[in-house]
Design a binder for this molecule. Structure first.
Ligand code: ZN
Length: 118
C-alpha cells in the first residue's frame, strides 16, 4: 500500500486551479474499514462526489477515467469486502465531468499527510 502512495502525483489542471490546493484522502468503508480508494480532493469543503480523474487507487476504479463514460454501464462503487454501496455514477452537469455521487455515512476519510503537489 505504501508503494501506491509513493507513486501518486497530484494532478494540477484547470479544476485544481479553480478549486484550490489538493489533498490526498484515504476513503474507507464505514462498516468494515476496508480501503475504498485514494482520492485527490481539490480545495476545501465536504466531499460529495468523487471525480473519476481524481481516483488513484484501486486500479479498477482508477482506470475508468481512460474509457468513455456511460452512466448506465459504469459500475457503482461498493466496498470490496462487505459490499456496502459507497457511490454511484453520475455526470456532474456543471462541468460535464464523470463522477461518483457518494452515499453520505457510507465512508470515512483520512487525509494523507505530507503530500506535495507535483
Ligand atoms: Zn465494507
Amino acid at each position: 500500500m505504501e508503494d501506491v502512495l509513493t507513486k501518486i502525483k497530484f494532478k494540477n489542471d484547470t479544476y485544481t486551479k479553480k478549486r484550490g490546493t489538493p489533498a490526498l484522502l484515504k476513503m474507507s468503508c464505514s462498516i468494515c474499514e476496508h480501503i475504498i480508494m485514494y482520492y485527490q480532493k481539490d480545495g476545501p469543503g465536504p466531499l460529495k462526489r468523487c471525480y473519476l480523474d481524481r481516483i488513484f487507487y484501486p486500479e479498477d476504479l482508477a482506470k475508468l477515467q481512460n474509457y468513455s463514460f456511460d452512466k448506465k454501464n459504469c459500475p457503482s462503487v461498493k466496498c470490496p469486502q462487505c459490499k456496502q454501496l459507497i457511490g454511484f455514477p453520475i455526470i456532474y452537469e456543471k462541468e460535464n465531468r464523470p463522477a461518483f455521487k457518494l452515499v453520505q455515512g457510507a465512508f470515512s476519510l483520512k487525509k494523507i499527510p505530507n503530500k506535495v503537489c507535483s
